[in-house]
Design a protein around this ligand. Structure first.
Ligand code: AMP
Length: 483
């Protein structure tokens, strides 16, 4: 199948060709014809699957096919909401690229930068608006934004938006939109909250489920270095030097860990910058563009900050610390080995993280080869200790370290409340149980070897409830294995 078979107009096909894309990805093959029909869509897909073009291309086609009445004031006709600034900027960049031969214009609005240029852009007239919920509402409440003419709404990475506490903002925005519109909801996971949002927003949606990218990770070589807690930073510097790695994305669990590691690497003459929620937008954009340009060797990121970062053919991803949410491992290594390119994902794992590693191996259904590098072994005196994330203590069976108790909350990354990913009780050991947020890991679209499948909910009878695919909207699955 190629793009021309999908029913898209020639100026859009031309722009796609100019991007160098020949074959639509599985989600594009499924989503584009569905969105072109004008119906609502619920899609299980994460970054890296090509989902952005999956909704952008048919959205442009529909908007260009129905130009506003001559002389009418330009109004926002399509609204895309994303959880993060980076994702908003990337989506809008995509819209510009794919819409370059069309008389449609777009703008992006997010917090952390001046409001006035965004207001000015709205005044000049915008067809397609990409925004994070907070800034969108700020500007709307100041009377600069009319959303009453929106024809197409996209909620991108809806699960992250809910994780980040945007549900009230989303509801407020929905109340500002006309009831007759096309709504597209994209989410990598399907918790009860997402299902409730979908039920509220979508009318007889078509459903698409796409394999979690790299669920089988065929193009990513994954390796674990088993090492001591305090030896990781030297091991990382050694790996970078020894293999002459030049573009390495390194993940830490916490913001302060990201800062410390970037400082350490710089002292070792390895250029590094950290990006996370506490950094200004300017600092984040600078770090990202230098990293993309190849002038910055190492970008150290937390999971939230890295979410949506799109760097083609990123050769190396390092898990300096394993994520406590196993799904984040898949997100992380999804940054490399894209579009058939070879990639390498290296995890530096110390005994404290053994249970995280087991959870990850269960999720990806394979065990990861472990290596020990001479000089970086686990010291014979080192014992596994529980890991403290915010006020939560997790990671080791047996008595939890004192001080981690009482009203433990899900870990936070910057402003971002995180859930614990539905860690199974067997893995909680005696650690304090999170007071809230746990167990909402939610049903996640199941990996599917063919890449994508679609189903239309059966509208009548059938005796199968909603008729939705069980894997997409069925009973909750936790941590990648049946609870
Ligand atoms: P997304 O999932 O939208 O973040 O896209 C992931 C990456 O895939 C981006 O780098 C896109 O530019 C790229 N991409 C999107 N569609 C295609 C395609 N049909 N063929 C190759 N790469 C694509």
């Amino acid at each position: 199948m190629n793009f021309a078979d999908l029913g898209l107009a020639e100026p859009i096909l031309r722009a796609v060709r100019e991007q160098g894309y020949e074959t639509p990805t599985p989600i594009q093959q499924q989503a584009i014809p569905m969105v072109l029909t004008g119906g609502d869509l619920l899609a299980g897909a994460q970054t890296g699957t090509g989902k952005t073009a999956g909704f952008t291309l048919p959205m442009l086609h529909r908007l260009m096919g129905k130009p506003p009445a001559a002389g009418a004031r330009r109004a926002v006709r399509a609204l895309v909401m994303t959880p993060t600034r980076e994702l908003a900027a990337q989506v809008e960049e995509n819209i510009r690229a794919y819409g370059r031969h069309l008389p449609l214009n777009s703008t992006v609005m997010f917090g952390g930068v001046g409001m006035q240029p965004q207001i000015n852009a709205l005044r000049r007239g915008v067809d397609i608006l990409v925004a994070t919920p907070g800034r969108l509402l700020d500007i709307q409440q100041q009377g600069h934004l009319d959303l009453s003419k929106v024809e197409i709404l996209v909620l991108d990475e809806a699960d992250r938006m809910l994780d980040m506490g945007f549900i009230h903002d989303i509801k407020k925005v929905l109340a500002l939109l006309p009831s007759s519109k096309q709504s597209l909801l994209f989410s990598a996971t399907f918790s009860d909250d997402i299902k409730a949002l979908a039920d509220r927003l979508l009318k007889s949606p078509q459903l698409i489920e796409v394999a979690r990218r790299n669920a089988t990770a065929d193009t990513v070589a994954q390796k674990v270095y088993w090492t001591g807690r305090e030896r990781k930073k030297d091991l990382l510097a050694e790996l970078i030097r020894r293999h002459d790695w030049h573009q390495v994305l390194v993940f830490t669990r916490m913001k302060h860990g990201a800062n410390r590691l970037a400082e350490f690497l710089n002292k070792q003459d390895i250029s590094a910058m950290a990006i996370h929620g506490n950094k200004s937008q300017g600092a984040r954009t600078k770090a990202l563009s230098e990293f993309k340009a190849g002038t910055l060797q190492v970008l150290v990121a937390t999971d939230i900050a890295a979410r949506g970062i799109d760097i083609d053919e990123l050769p190396h991803v390092v898990n300096y610390e394993l994520p406590n949410v196993p799904e984040d491992y898949v997100h992380r290594i999804g940054r490399t080995g894209r579009a058939g390119c070879e990639g390498e994902a290296v995890s530096l794992v110390c005994p404290d993280e053994e249970l995280f590693l087991k959870d990850i191996e269960k999720l990806i259904k394979r065990s990861l080869p472990r290596e020990v590098m001479a000089g970086f072994e686990v010291p014979s005196t080192e014992r596994a200790e529980p890991i403290q994330i915010g006020r939560q203590t997790i990671g080791v069976r047996g008595p939890a370290r004192s001080g981690g108790g009482g009203g433990a909350r899900p870990p936070r990354d910057g402003h971002t409340p995180r859930r614990d990913g539905g860690r199974s009780p067997a893995h909680r050991g005696n650690s304090p149980k999170p007071a809230q947020g746990s167990g909402q890991g939610g049903a996640r679209p199941q990996a599917n070897a063919e890449g994508a499948r679609a189903a239309r909910p059966s509208s009548g009878g059938g005796g199968s409830g909603s008729g939705r695919p069980a894997a997409l909207l069925g009973g909750p699955r936790r941590g990648g294995h049946k609870a």
